[in-house]
Design a protein around this ligand. Structure first.
Ligand code: Z5A
Length: 219
């Protein structure tokens, strides 16, 4: 997808299936981005680390509703789609756009690609409708860079081990397989940078940082 450099800050997203290492890499990449070695952030600029769902106070409440619905009553597919869109609209308006406008860098664990992968490819909701909703929720904002942590589903399930599954993790293998294939399709369509998430943690971090270097020198 086209990169929008109207904003002076930079917007970077990590995407991938459950357990692909986003949280691990978010921490490592943040440390690197904030280091003098990276040279990304002048003293008056910050790195904002955020996530979806849950990047705002409203989003945190939506996250709880989505992942642990009251009484275990799962939302229907359309309601689920709209709740993720509401979380994103608030996240973009209240957190991401103001930060970018002030020249800060934003690093987000998931963004609209996750809706296309989980609700579109996974649940089978209409992809064109999802794209329309994405345009509304983001008001046209697109990441400058999306790092896709590509991990085979079997390894994702192995890494999860005995940890209790949230509602979406508990959907079953064929749903998660469709989601994984969806991420691969989206990566090609949207020009995401593929990172081999099977590699040891420090090599994954090095690959992420190498991709991020390309953003530093872009005016
Ligand atoms: N969702 C949706 O359906 N639609 C949407 O629009 C959006 C989201 C935005 C949010 O979960 C859920 O919402 C998610 C999609 C759905 N569904 N699920 N499930 P989340 O993003 O908060 O959580 P998650 O996706 O399930 O991620 P996670 O469990 O937090 O995993 P992670 O952050 O990607 O991985 P990690 O915690 O860094 O690593 C997992 C384990 O692997 C851990 O033990 C690490 O030590 C280990 N690890 C990490 N890297 C490595 C390497 N390189 N080698 C070996 N082991 C590693």
């Amino acid at each position: 997808m086209a990169v929008d450099h109207v904003q002076p800050g930079r917007f970077v997203v990590l995407e991938g299936i459950d357990g692909c290492g986003k949280t691990t890499q978010l921490q490592a990449v943040s440390r690197w981005l904030e280091s003098p070695e990276a040279g990304c952030l002048p003293p008056d600029r910050q790195l904002i680390v955020t996530r979806e769902p849950g990047g705002t106070p409203l989003g945190l409440a939506l996250r709880e509703l989505l992942l642990h619905p009251p009484g275990g009553a799962a939302p229907g597919s359309t309601a689920e789609l709209l709740l993720y869109a509401a979380d994103r609209a608030q996240h973009v308006e209240r957190t991401i756009r103001p930060a970018l406008a002030a020249g800060h860098w934003v690093l987000s664990d998931r963004f609209s690609g996750s809706t296309a992968a989980y609700q579109g490819h996974g649940r089978g909701l209409d992809l064109a409708l999802i794209q329309q909703l994405e345009a509304v929720a983001t008001a046209g904002l697109q990441p400058d860079l999306t790092l896709w942590l590509d991990l085979p589903l079997a390894e994702s399930l192995r890494r999860r081990g005995g940890r209790a599954a949230d509602r979406i993790e508990a959907e079953g293998a064929s749903f998660l397989e469709r989601v994984a294939e969806g991420f691969a399709t989206l990566a090609g369509q949207r020009g995401w940078v593929r990172i081999d998430a099977m590699a040891p943690v420090d090599r994954v971090t090095a690959a992420c940082c190498a991709a991020l270097r390309g953003l530093v020198d872009v005016p």
